[in-house]
Design a protein around this ligand. Structure first.
Ligand SMILES: Cc1ncc(COP(=O)(O)O)c(C=O)c1O
Length: 447
């Protein structure tokens, strides 16, 4: 079951590139080189099958190679595959803007499509700053986000991220970005989870007030934070954030790049938590992985501030060559239609409960501290003998791959987010593979 080392050519080529946040030496030692994927499975170049328990990386929402998605792209390819972004827009991109607006909460109807999550976050922050500049509040420019949050790899998105040592190589960071702690980080200091959430939500207010609210433009949070270990606040937490943002005229920005498109039991986590942000950023599952796609979706009335004459230079001063790509737009529509027509949001809620039951069965191994998340986005915090045990997660990274299981492992926790098209039998298979991988990891650390 052990992974095959890279051959001489593969090792040479792997050294000429880099795998995200991974040591190339480790990759050369146990390379995962894929040749195809279908539904919930990948096959590597040796023909070994892997269960994709994380949808790539929260991307393949409808599974890999979904026929409706691929058909939509093929048909669009024959008509128009590129539209000039400084001259106009594809008809299908207008359709995409309309379709996305139909499934977002509130009046989140101003849609600027992009090619991924970081671009959408960058755009949201630029949109926010420009909005305040041209509506009489040029001094509003700061953003408050969370430690352990991740909003992307570009400089602005990185500045909003709270990923500690991952950011150190690129310091100094951009100024004007402030951080607070997430409820999970502080939970042991409070008698109840609710109390902890209230305190952590109020910390945003403390920072905004201390900074001078006249200088604060936006609050950026992932409704369920991945890098902090599937951080899942209470509904009340988001209601408090909404109230604080309204009080101090600060825009509330939800990073729904992981949580969007039915993952948490509703089309967006905003609906799951019952709070509508001013701007919502999407990416990942919006294309089910068929093509790069993201979107910044703002309140329509905020978008109105960017409507004006050419002479007055009123426009959103931002764009990317491949943003609003017609193929990506066709794919986005197909993904949304498939989710809506098959009620996959409701399905994610139901199947999510089934997944939690399956993950609870791991408790007998004595390694589960907490199971978090909503719908088909679940994280398990690991422990051993009642304490954090990073060695277990490190071993699990290897044993999971050996068992043909792809999931996100921190190493203090792991996360799973199977495709929305999964069946109960798929969830059983996933949970079985997780259990076998953990048992093998325990054997490794006890050896
Ligand atoms: C919550 C969140 N926001 C933003 C991003 C950045 O998206 P992308 O990698 O598509 O630029 C990611 C990517 O992992 C993410 O998980």
């Amino acid at each position: 079951m052990t992974a095959m080392k890279a051959n001489e050519r593969q090792a040479r080529l792997l050294k000429r590139t880099s795998i995200d946040f991974r040591s190339t030496e480790q990759i050369v030692d146990a390379p995962f080189i894929l040749s195809r994927a279908k539904g919930l499975y990948y096959w590597d170049i040796h023909g070994k099958r892997y269960f994709d328990a994380i949808g790539g990386i929260f991307v393949a929402s409808l599974g890999h190679g979904h026929p409706r998605v691929l058909d939509a792209m093929r048909q669009q390819m024959d008509r128009l595959s590129f539209a000039p972004p400084m001259h106009g827009i594809a008809d299908v991109t207008l359709d995409f803007i309309e379709r996305l607006g139909e499934v977002t909460p509130g009046n989140l109807n101003f849609v600027k499509p992009f090619s991924g999550g970081s671009e959408s976050i960058e755009a949201a922050m630029k949109f926010t700053r420009q909005y305040f500049k041209q509506t009489g509040h040029p001094e509003k420019y700061k953003f408050v986000s969370r430690y352990q949050g991740y909003h992307g790899g570009t400089f602005g998105a990185m500045a909003a991220s709270g990923t500690g040592r991952r950011k150190t190589p690129f310091e100094p960071q951009m100024s004007g970005f402030l951080k607070v702690f997430s409820p999970t980080y502080y939970r042991d200091r409070f008698a109840t989870w609710e109390e902890c959430n209230r305190f952590c939500a109020r910390m945003f207010e403390d920072v905004i007030v201390s900074e001078d609210p006249r200088t604060v433009a936006g609050v950026i949070v992932e409704p369920i934070g991945n890098t902090g270990g599937t951080v899942t606040p209470t509904d009340e937490y988001f209601h408090i954030l909404r109230e604080i943002c309204d009080t101090y005229d600060v825009l509330l920005i939800f990073d729904e790049i992981i949580t969007g498109y039915a993952r948490t039991g509703n089309m967006f986590a905003a609906q799951t938590f019952g709070v509508t942000p001013d701007i919502l950023c999407g990416g990942k599952g919006l294309s089910s992985g068929a093509i790069p796609l993201g979107a910044m979706i703002a309140r329509e009335d905020l978008g109105d501030a960017f409507y004006g004459s050419e002479a007055a230079e009123v426009n959103f001063a931002h764009g990317h060559t491949f943003a609003g790509n017609p193929l990506a737009s066709a794919v986005g529509i197909a993904v949304i239609d498939e989710i809506v027509e098959n009620d996959l949001a409701r399905r994610a809620g139901e199947l999510g409960d089934y997944l939690v039951d399956g993950l609870r069965r791991l408790e007998k191994l004595g390694v589960v501290r907490e199971i978090r998340g909503k719908g088909l986005l679940r994280g398990v915090e690991l422990m051993r003998d009642g304490k954090a045990c990073p060695q277990l997660g490190v071993a699990l990274k290897r044993t999971a791959m050996e068992h043909g299981l792809v999931m996100r492992i921190d190493p203090l926790w792991f996360a799973v987010a199977p495709a929305l098209i999964s069946t109960e039998a798929d969830i059983d298979e996933l949970c079985g593979l997780v259990e076998q991988s953990i048992v093998a990891a325990l054997q490794v650390i006890d050896a």
